[in-house]
Design a protein around this ligand. Structure first.
Ligand code: PMP
Length: 308
């Protein structure tokens, strides 16, 4: 993956700071103890201009993640949303990836983080297709990770904390070293949870399945969008526990995520899924997902926060 495509400014707790000056102290609490929560958001260039996709839902999830970790945000939902729009404007980006981070700053280094100030940064930059340019059309080859996702009541999966991405990195590195694009982790029950940075959907006999919240998953906003789209297209969607072997005999499997969008999976553990290419249900949903965004479909107006 290429180096970050640097933009001009990063928003730091209310100020637009030049990209190369957006720095923190080395004794920042979050750097030592994973005491930060974050988001990954995309802004798209649509036919009606640049819009941030489901910004409100992302910022709500950010504040929910903070609440779980007893972090009080110095900025409200509206302030964070406005800051994001201002940042995209000042950087003159017409499409970008956006990374808000709420973190415990520099004060002391006890494990108790509560005296450290809560700082906020938002960065935005141009970023292409996460799993490679061909992935959306051809699909990706993945493996079941030898690493499990966190057990319930250890690291809360519903909080998007940086700490959870220690586990995600183990999953991702193993997959890449073994020659796969991505790893899928099982949860403590031994059923399917998610990829290192994506939710997963399985199609079998015309029904669409996805792991439920009890399966140790991040409640993905693309997952929610895809459930809404699939239902609007007349598909039945079931949120439930999914056994590992159901992947091997599935007709189709795909990932969803802000970075991965809707990416087909063509093999799991070198077992070919369906025809080994994007299947008809995945294709229909992927097309509808990109159509809604490209056209900025007015029936989904609530998905878009306008930049210009
Ligand atoms: N699961 C994990 C572990 C993730 O990191 C992500 C990416 N944020 C997702 C799922 C997908 O979530 P979203 O659709 O909100 O980007």
């Amino acid at each position: 993956m290429a180096k970050i495509n640097e933009a001009k400014y990063i928003w730091m707790s209310g100020k637009m700071v030049p990209w190369n000056e957006a720095k923190v102290h080395v004794l920042t609490h979050a750097l030592h103890y994973g005491s930060a929560v974050f988001e990954g958001i995309r802004a798209y260039r649509t036919k009606r201009g640049t819009a941030v996709f489901r910004l409100k839902e992302h910022m709500k999830r950010l504040l929910d993640s903070a609440k779980i970790y007893r972090m009080e945000s110095p900025f409200t939902l509206e302030e964070l949303m406005n800051a994001t729009v201002e940042l995209i404007k000042i950087n003159e980006l017409d499409e970008c990836y956006i990374r808000p981070l709420l973190y415990r700053g520099y004060f002391n280094l006890g494990v108790n983080p509560m005296e450290c100030p809560v700082e906020v940064s938002i960065a935005a930059w141009k970023w292409g297709k996460y799993l490679g340019p061909e992935a959306l059309e051809q699909g990706v080859d993945v493996m079941i990770s030898s690493w499990n996702r966190m057990a319930p009541n250890t690291f809360p999966a519903m909080a998007k904390t940086t700490a959870n991405y220690a586990n995600a990195q183990l999953i991702k590195m193993e997959a890449v070293v073994y020659g796969f694009s991505e790893g899928i982790a099982l949860n403590a029950y031994g059923t399917i949870s998610e990829g290192s940075g994506e939710n997963i959907f399985v199609v079998k006999d015309g029904v669409i399945y996805t792991p439920n919240l009890e399966s140790t998953i991040l409640p993905g906003i693309t997952r929610l969008t895809v459930i809404e789209i699939a239902k609007s297209l007349g598909f039945e969607v079931k949120e439930c526990f999914i056994p590992r072997e159901m992947l091997y005999i599935a007709d189709e499997i795909f990932f969803t995520g802000t970075a991965a969008e809707v990416t087909p999976i063509r093999s799991v553990d070198k077992i070919v899924i369906g025809e080994g290419k994007i299947g008809p249900v995945t294709k229909r949903i992927q097309q509808e997902f990109f159509r809604i965004i490209e056209e900025a479909d007015e029936r989904y107006e609530h998905y878009f926060t306008w930049v210009k």
